[in-house]
Design a protein around this ligand. Structure first.
Ligand code: NAD
Length: 256
């Protein structure tokens, strides 16, 4: 379905980003990966699906590096047809204890990076009159939790950015939508599981159960593979008039 298209997925050396990159690769899209840590393993996983794969290590908190990444993608792959703004970090603390530099980093990586990548991707998408921009928000783009001020602010912000991007391009072949996962057991969440296990003096398994029971009625983690399939739907022709939605996949979290 996506043969001949190129997808750039930020923060795709791990977790949800890698899951989405693989789902798009399954559909035949060429993939540009981005993120920290080992890039060779994720590159090999995507290449094994028989598509062209590239990597750029831009730090998404730095607009100049985002520009370099978009330039690399355009030069090596022709154009970015599908942009998945996924890179994100978390920090958990009450507002009065929240380190200002963590606030700035979360706003830069979880929100501003999507603005920069989007503004740089749009001109070529407009020329082709086709594009898909998918912002990985969170259920925290729809509702809040205590001790996550920066994350909740950034995720509500990215839902707003999604709507504006959709509206500004509503008469074109470019759509923009957000995905709002509940708990997904990635390294980002494993850190929160570990912290809970330590604080409550319980096992890792018990901490996972508690985390789910508190917020997610299905008592199940969503998987990167499931989120990948939703991204594939947004890229399909059937979704060409799905514009500006914030679609939760959260086991009923936001329905409460
Ligand atoms: P993860 O920690 O597994 O992956 C994060 C990715 O972002 C990694 O590839 C990492 O290298 C990259 N990254 C971090 N900082 C970066 C930077 N400055 N520049 C470039 N890349 C950077 O986390 P994940 O759970 O897969 O999260 C991915 C996205 O999904 C995030 O936006 C997160 O907020 C969102 N999300 C996650 C969950 C969850 O439960 N895991 C739920 C809702 C939303």
């Amino acid at each position: 379905m996506l043969k001949g298209k190129t997808a750039l997925v930020t923060g795709s050396t791990s977790g949800i980003g890698l899951g989405i990159a693989k789902a798009l690769a399954h559909q035949g899209a060429s993939i540009v990966l981005n993120g920290f840590g080992d890039a060779e393993g994720p590159k090999a996983e995507v290449a094994a699906l028989g598509v062209k794969v590239g990597y750029h290590g831009a730090d998404m908190s730095k607009p100049a590096e985002i520009e370099a990444m978009m330039k690399y993608a355009a030069e090596s792959f022709g154009r970015v047809d599908i942009l998945v703004n996924n890179a994100g970090i978390q920090h958990v603390a009450r507002i009065e204890d929240f380190p200002p530099e963590r606030w700035d980093a979360i706003i830069a990586i979880n929100l501003s990076s999507a603005f920069h990548a989007t503004r740089l991707a749009l001109p070529a998408m407009k020329k082709a009159n086709w594009g898909r921009i998918i912002n990985i928000a969170s259920v925290h783009g729809l509702v809040a939790s205590a001790e996550k001020s920066a994350y909740v602010a950034a995720k509500h912000g990215i839902v707003g950015l999604t709507k504006v991007t959709a509206l500004e391009n509503a008469t074109t072949g470019i759509t923009c939508n957000a995905i709002c996962p509940g708990w997904v057991l990635t390294p980002l969440v494993q850190k929160q599981v570990d912290a809970r296990a330590k604080a409550m003096g319980v096992s890792n398994e018990e901490a996972k159960k508690q985390l789910l029971a508190e917020k997610e009625p299905s008592l199940q983690f969503t998987t990167p593979e499931e989120l990948g399939e939703l991204a594939v739907f947004f890229c399909s022709d059937a979704a060409k008039n799905v514009r500006g939605v914030a679609w939760n996949m959260d086991g009923g979290w936001a329905a409460q």
